[in-house]
Design a protein around this ligand. Structure first.
Ligand code: 13P
Length: 253
């Protein structure tokens, strides 16, 4: 059966020292009070090796926030999937709306990134989600369908099964405006139905679909209580141990 996962996305926050401090504290807190879900922290590239070393003997996974769409070579400033994997990281966020919007990441580019991540045994956390105008025009399902189909649906079922999906409505990211649990459930059920149509019910039932967008300790329990919401991708609330722990505890009775 699919896993429940709470993953933090630090975005461009925390110096190396601040990041190290945070994961040391998180490690202690989650060793003392074991989570009822998988926990992952996705950090800036330069933090990965240090964070992965600290978390090596822990119940917390490590991921990057991006990787290159090329294998290696003359791509100044880029970081390859193989480099990410060599730090000990096991996950990589791909297709985040901020990367799509500010760094021109297209469906084609994301397809390359997903292939390279999988080839390097990284689990992509693949983000999809509509902007406000698309939601207001009731086009959210077709937008999300296109994002899935254009970047992922060329994968064989065996490879697709290795992905984690994250539905992040862009209008809910960093705005404090969370999707209602009904909106989240409706979209997650839709995503699962689309995956079932393409890859069959078993693959769909085993795919973890996370919700992201202003998820915090006060709304996590209700969101995670939805049958098709298998956890969260957490921005702001992942930057403080108490808040992140509060979200993780959304899976506790
Ligand atoms: P916030 O939790 O800050 O809204 O960010 C969500 C997000 O973009 C996670 O990837």
């Amino acid at each position: 059966m699919r896993k429940n996962i709470v993953a933090g996305n630090w975005k461009m926050n925390k110096t190396l020292q601040e990041g190290i401090e945070l994961v040391k504290e998180l490690k202690d807190v989650l060793a003392a009070d074991k989570p009822n879900c998988d926990v992952v922290v996705c950090t800036p590239f330069i933090h990965l090796a240090s964070v992965a070393t600290i978390l090596e003997v822990s119940n917390i996974g490590v991921g990057a926030e991006n990787c290159a769409d090329k294998v290696s070579g003359a791509y100044t400033g880029e970081v390859s999937a193989a480099m990410v994997a060599s730090t000990g990281a096991k996950y990589v966020i791909l297709g985040h709306s901020e990367r799509r919007a500010y760094y021109g990441e297209t469906a084609e580019i994301l397809k390359e990134k997903v292939n390279l991540a999988l080839a390097n045994d990284l689990t992509p956390i693949f983000c999809i989600g509509e902007v406000l105008a698309e939601r207001e025009a009731e086009k959210q399902n077709e937008v999300v369908y296109a994002q899935l189909a254009e970047s992922l649906f060329d994968l064989p079922a065996e490879e697709f099964s290795k992905l984690v999906l994250a539905y992040e409505p862009v209008w809910a990211i960093g705005t404090g405006k969370t999707a209602t649990s009904q909106q989240a459930q409706d979209m997650h059920a839709y995503i699962r139905s689309v995956v079932a149509e393409k890859y069959g019910k078993e693959v769909a039932d085993n795919t973890s679909i996370l919700y992201g967008g202003s998820c915090n300790p006060s709304n996590a329990k209700e969101l995670f209580g939805c049958p098709d919401v298998d956890g969260g991708l957490i921005g702001g609330a992942a930057l403080k141990v108490a808040d992140f722990k509060g979200v993780i505890d959304g899976f506790k009775a």
